[in-house]
Design a protein around this ligand. Structure first.
Ligand SMILES: CSCCC(=O)C(=O)COP(=O)(O)O
Ligand code: MG
Length: 227
């Protein structure tokens, strides 16, 4: 019996295009100025220090840290301090109304129905928890944060590792088989399945590579194992 649903964001609740063509460029265009102007603020300074540590360059000056971050952006590296900094930059964009968080039209009604049926809903994204709350709090259809019981990001571990899902299950106090994980990414689904989660792959694009997981073209087609 499924008691909780954990969902990915990019490619699952919202489009890859919104993340890669709106959010990522917005952060990239502002990253160097943010680091130069706000690098002394404790929240920023903490992340810049984490960049130095992760890069193995404890002496890196601010310009070097910017170069490291831009390299990680180019490689779409899901590095925790980069993700934290992106979230801080996106906060400005959401608050100014430069964009709203994309959510597919099929998503909200199903999340609401699952919540009404007693399921606890969680997000697990490489984007920071702050970024997740911003996206759903400033979505195309308004504030969706009341739908979610909690959020997980890379501070729980990488999404391609089974131990990350074991930590999530332990945090929720549930067995893996009581949790359904939704994602478009095979490596994430494989890791969740290895931790005993039920899985559904969202294949919103008919050309997507699919694996051994149940596949749904939208949330309309998500079926629970008991169905
Ligand atoms: C919270 S929106 C930004 C998502 C993001 O930064 C990213 O790298 C995509 O991560 P996901 O795990 O949702 O595929
Ligand atoms: Mg995804």
């Amino acid at each position: 019996m499924i008691r909780a649903i954990v969902t990915d964001i990019e490619g699952t609740t919202g489009s890859i295009g919104f993340v890669h063509e709106v959010l990522f460029p917005y952060a990239r265009e502002r990253l160097s100025d943010f680091v130069r102007q706000r690098g002394n603020e404790p929240a920023f300074a903490e992340q810049l220090e984490a960049v130095r540590e992760l890069a193995g360059e404890p002496e890196a000056d601010r310009e070097r840290v910017i170069a490291i971050l831009e390299g990680w952006l180019d490689a779409d590296r899901k590095a925790t301090p980069l993700k934290a900094l992106q979230g801080m930059i996106w906060e400005t964009g959401y608050r100014r109304g430069d964009f709203t968080g994309h959510v597919y039209s099929d998503v909200v009604q199903h999340l609401a129905a699952w919540q009404a049926a007693g399921l606890a809903l969680y997000v697990y994204s490489s984007g920071s928890i702050q970024a997740q709350k911003l996206l759903f709090g400033h979505s195309d259809v308004g504030d969706l944060t009341p739908l979610f019981a909690g959020y997980f990001d890379t501070t729980t571990g990488p999404k391609q590792e089974a131990d990350s899902y074991r930590r999530i299950a332990a945090h929720l106090g549930l067995a893996g088989h009581e949790i359904l994980f939704l994602s478009d990414a095979l490596a994430e689904l494989d890791a969740a399945a290895a931790a005993g989660f039920h899985t559904v792959q969202l294949a919103r694009d008919s050309g997507m590579i699919t694996g051994d997981h149940p596949v749904a073209a939208s949330f309309d087609a998500v079926r629970f194992p008991d169905d």
